[in-house]
Design a protein around this ligand. Sequence first.
Ligand SMILES: Nc1ncnc2c1ncn2[C@@H]1O[C@H](COP(=O)(O)OP(=O)(O)O)[C@@H](O)[C@H]1O
Ligand SMILES: [Mg+2]
Length: 384
Amino acid sequence: MGTIQLSGIGRSFKSTAAVRDIDLTIGDGEFVVLLGPSGCGKTTLLRMIAGLLEPTTGRILLDGVDITEQPSKKRDLAMVFQSYALYPHLSVRRNLAFPLKVQKLAKHDIERRVREVADVLEIGHLLDRKPRELSGGQRQRVAVGRALVRDPKAFLMDEPLSNLDAKLRTQTRHELTALHRRLGATFVYVTHDQVEAMTMATKIVVLDSGRIEQAGTPEEVYDRPESVFVAGFLGSPAMNLLDATVVGLDGTVAVTADGVAGDLWRGDTDDIDVVLGVRPEQLVVSATAPSGTGVNLLGRVEIVENLGGEQIVTCRVGASSVHVRTSRDLRVSAGDDVVLHAEPDHVHLFERASGRRLEWVADTEIAHAAAPASRASSSRPVSV
Ligand SMILES: Nc1ncnc2c1ncn2[C@@H]1O[C@H](COP(=O)(O)OP(=O)(O)O)[C@@H](O)[C@H]1O
Ligand SMILES: [Mg+2]
C-alpha cells in the first residue's frame, strides 16, 4: 500500500511562498505527475513528501499515518533525483546494495534482492562497473534500481529524464511506464515536460506559483482545461488563445473579435469578455466559411512548416498568430486567405478577468455538452 494524503501543505522560504495550501490525495498504485513551469514549487513539494524539507503548514499522511514529523529514512519512500546521486567510487552492485546495508539486511538477502532488481531493469551485466563507466541511460536505470531494492511504498522522482537525450528519454519513458504497470506501486513524478505528463500519468497535477491549477486524468486536463494557464501549458503547439467577446444575438450565443465570428449555441447572454481557446488540431482550413454553427477565424497564411508527417500552418487573425495542425495534403502557401473553422464542442471559453473556464449552462436546446446536473439551471455561462 502507498496512499499519500496532503492537506493544507505549504512551504515558505523567508518571504517567498514556494508551495501554498496544497490538498491532494495520491492513491495507491497511481502514477501522479506534478507538472508545471520552472519555479512553480514541484521540487519543494516532492521534497516535503520525501521528508527532506519540513512543511511550514499542513500535514502529510502515508497510508493514514501522519508522517509530517517523521525523518526521511523512516518514511519507506524512495527518491530518484535528476542528478542520479550515485556513489562514484562504488560499483553498480554496491550502489544498489547500499540502501539495504543501511537497513542491515543479511548478506545473502542483499545479494538476492540486488540480483532481482538487476533482472527487472536489465542491468545485470553492469553490476561490476563504476558509474563513470555507464551511459546516461544506464546511470538513470541504476538510480531507479537503487530506489527499487528497498521495495518502498512509493517512488518519488524529480525530473529523472532531464539529463537524457531525446531518443533515450522516449525509451526510458516507456520503461518507466512498464515498470509502474509491473510493480503496481505508487509513483509521484515531477516534470516540466508535458509530453512526459501526458504519456505516463494516471493523474496530472498542474501547478502554478505553488498552487494546484488543476488535477485530473491526462484526458480531463487536456480536453477540459479549467483555466487559461492549463490550456496554454499543455499541447504543442499550444492551444490558440484569443481575446474575444461573447454576445447574445436573437436567441443565439455568439462570439466576436477582430477576424473572428461565429454562433456557438442557442441561448441568451450578457456580453462577456473572454479568452477564446481552440487547439491547433481542431481547426479546419477552408477557402470560404462553412454554414452552420461554429467559430470561423479569418486568417492569412504566414508560415507553413512541414514536420514530415504533418504540417503546422501559422496564420494571422486580427492581431493574433494562430497555429493549425493539418495533413500535408492541404496545399496552402504564405499569403493565402483562409477560413479556420472550429465546431462549438471544440471551443473553450475562459472568463478574461479570472482566467477560469466558462461552462455553458442552459435550460433548453443546448447545442453544447450537457450541463452538469449539480449546477443551478440558468442560461448564462458560469465560471467553474
Ligand atoms: N532552499 C531554498 N531557499 C530559498 N528559495 C527556494 C529554495 N528552494 C526553492 N526556493 C524557491 O521556491 C520556488 C519553487 O522552487 P522549486 O520547488 O525548486 O520549483 P520547481 O522544482 O518547480 O522548479 C522558487 O521560487 C525557488 O526559487
Ligand atoms: Mg525542480
